[in-house]
Design a protein around this ligand. Structure first.
Ligand code: SF4
Length: 215
């Protein structure tokens, strides 16, 4: 796939507006995995608080994997849709522990990006976005997650076809965004989506890339 000529220009504009972030690991891989499951349909603040409450309740993630699912559900209630999330966390941690013997997820370092995505997405509740978050935010791999902001802004910028899904968007965007830019582009698109290119009323009059946006 060919990188559209506007894309590198937009990346530079966003870097100037929001700064170009340097990679710093957010959480160890297993915590990033749990955090991203918790973050579904809730705010970052809620997800951080819920992760903290799980950390306080369970001395290790191995302990969490052995806990009754209802107990996990109780501990993560504040993150919303706690029933499915608690099952995903319990089943995924248990399966990873059974397969790997621990929950460090060191083996991901020996896998290529595609292999690691395929491996992680076979676990309950781990979609392509969650797997990409583990690879990018914990391991610094050039795999750009497509969250709701990235998806919406890239659609409006016409980098995605009208019928794109979040799953198909992952392949399209990772094919056209240069590897070195994927981390900063993801973070800055999220900022831009929250502050300017909002879901309901985008503030196009205040948008620094308005002249490059077909919408
Ligand atoms: S011009 Fe409007 S639609 Fe386009 S990126 Fe900016 S805020 Fe979003």
């Amino acid at each position: 796939m060919v990188t559209p000529a506007r894309l590198p220009v937009i990346i530079r504009y966003l870097d100037q507006e929001y700064f170009r972030p340097r990679f710093a690991p957010r959480y160890p891989p297993v915590e990033e995995l749990v955090f991203t499951i918790l973050s579904q349909n809730t705010t970052d603040i809620n997800s951080v608080r819920t992760l903290d409450s799980l950390r306080k309740k369970y001395p290790s993630w191995e302990d969490a994997s052995r806990a009754p699912v209802l107990e996990i559900e109780d501990a993560i209630r504040m993150s919303g849709i706690a029933g499915p999330k608690s099952r995903y966390i319990k089943e995924t941690l248990s399966a990873l522990l059974a397969e790997q013997g621990d929950l460090k997820l060191d083996f991901l370092a020996r896998m290529g990006d595609r292999e690691a995505l395929d491996y992680l997405t076979k676990f309950p509740g781990v979609g392509i976005k969650t797997a990409a978050c583990v690879l990018m935010f914990s391991l610094g791999r050039p795999v750009m997650p497509v969250d709701t902001h990235v998806f919406r802004v890239c659609k409006r910028l016409d980098f995605l076809p009208e019928d794109a899904t979040r799953e198909s968007a992952h392949g399209i965007l990772n094919a056209i965004v240069p590897e070195d830019d994927r981390y900063s582009f993801h973070i800055n698109l999220v900022l831009h989506g929250r502050k300017v290119c909002k879901a309901l009323r985008p503030r196009c009059g205040e948008c620094l890339i308005e002249g490059l946006c077909p919408s």
